[in-house]
Ligand binder design. Structure first.
Ligand SMILES: Cc1cc2nc3c(=O)[nH]c(=O)nc-3n(C[C@H](O)[C@H](O)[C@H](O)COP(=O)(O)O)c2cc1C
Length: 186
């Protein structure tokens, strides 16, 4: 089983991206254990705060360190990524020389109410992911169009083709982590 640090780029209670993450979590059992990283209590990045680092920042770095892989589930905000996500990305790259992201297997997905939503945000995030040293899975791309009824109240996918696609995505992610991640202790 792989422990995955999940970064949902929305703080909204009814976030479709959080629902989508929960859907993937359910489909991915028992191969994955999802841990939802808290982003809402991170202060805006300020280098001065390293003098006495906030507990939320230390927790963020520990969450990444203890994970086998990282999964971003992000909405698109004005054709880019939401600020909560960028803020978390920046915090975890510091202090200089102690970048938490380096060498972690990662994947990016996103959900939107529209058809092509999150494509540009994901593209921006792919660029950042390589800069910060994540080992990013390129395929398959997942642009989840969150239509009413497609996911039920128990986070089950109601459409068979969509469910199969998401299962195959998760299998590929599992294989990616096995291939590029740190060897697991016996
Ligand atoms: C500030 C802001 C900017 C947005 N910009 C985009 C956008 O560029 N492209 C897009 O597809 N949707 C955009 N949306 C709509 C989001 O896709 C929609 O609100 C979605 O439900 C947000 O994800 P969430 O439900 O996980 O919070 C934007 C929403 C907000 C609040």
């Amino acid at each position: 089983m792989f422990k995955v640090a999940v970064f949902v780029g929305s703080l909204r209670r009814e976030s479709i991206n959080r629902k989508f993450a929960k859907t993937l979590e359910k489909l991915g059992q028992p191969s994955f254990a999802f841990h939802y990283v808290e982003l809402g209590d991170l202060p805006m990045y300020n280098d001065d705060l390293w003098a006495d680092p906030p507990a939320s920042v230390l927790r963020l770095k520990a969450d990444i360190a203890s994970a086998d892989a990282v999964l971003f589930v992000t909405p698109e905000y004005n054709r880019s990524i939401p600020p909560v996500l960028k803020n978390a990305i920046d915090w975890a790259t510091r202090p200089y020389g102690k970048n938490s992201w380096a060498g972690k297997p990662a994947s990016i997905v996103g959900a939107s109410p529209g058809v092509i939503g999150t494509a540009v945000a994901q593209e921006h995030l792919r660029y950042l992911a390589t800069i910060i040293g994540l080992i990013l899975m390129g395929q398959p791309e997942v642009y989840f169009s969150f239509k009413p009824g497609l996911v039920d109240e128990n986070f089950e996918v109601t459409d068979e083709t969509t469910r199969q696609f998401l299962e195959s995505y998760l299998s590929r992610f599992e294989a990616w982590i096995s291939r590029v991640g740190e060897p697991k202790e016996a």
